[in-house]
Design a binder for this molecule. Structure first.
Ligand SMILES: Cc1cc2nc3c(=O)[nH]c(=O)nc-3n(C[C@H](O)[C@H](O)[C@H](O)COP(=O)(O)O)c2cc1C
Length: 142
């Protein structure tokens, strides 16, 4: 049994929908999977997990959401991130730059990224949901 935590910020629910689909894929036979809004997340939710997914839409001007997700991500520098980490999030009109920056940053913090960040334009459609489930399965088998 693996402990998999999925921590996200979402303003209008698109990234949240991705988080729940990832959780569905991650459950497998008997994994313990939690979906946690970042305002309720602790560093221990990352430290204690076997694998983690982090989700945030593109906000501001191609950056992470600044009041809750950004400080949480910043704080990940202080812990050992040597475990499988998946990134995901929704975007609107941009080109996905926020995710590329986020991937580089997480690698700089020592994370073993299991995917190129999974990005979805606005609300996830059926094939996006399938890709989210696959990311969950990858987390479970990583
Ligand atoms: C304040 C604000 C800033 C945004 N900035 C960007 C941006 O820089 N690039 C982009 O592609 N989308 C941007 N968006 C669009 C969101 O990323 C998009 O609506 C996304 O689906 C929201 O996900 P959520 O439902 O999980 O909050 C912005 C949205 C808001 C409200």
């Amino acid at each position: 049994m693996k402990k998999i935590n999925i921590i996200y910020w979402s303003g209008t629910g698109n990234t949240e929908a991705m988080a729940h689909a990832i959780a569905e894929g991650a459950k497998g036979e008997d994994n313990e999977v939690k979906v946690i809004s970042v305002d309720e997340a602790q560093l221990s939710d990352v430290e204690e997990a076997d694998a983690v997914a982090l989700g945030c839409p593109s906000m501001g001007d191609e950056v992470l959401e600044e009041s809750e997700m950004e400080p949480f991500v910043e704080s990940l520098q202080s812990i050992n991130l040597n475990k499988p980490v998946g990134l995901f999030g929704s975007y609107g009109w941009g080109n996905g730059e926020w995710m590329i920056d986020w991937e580089e940053r997480m690698e700089g913090y020592g994370a073993s990224l299991i995917n190129k960040g999974l990005i979805v334009n606005n609300d996830p459609e059926d094939d996006d949901i399938e890709n989210c489930k696959k990311l969950g399965e990858m987390l479970a088998s990583s």
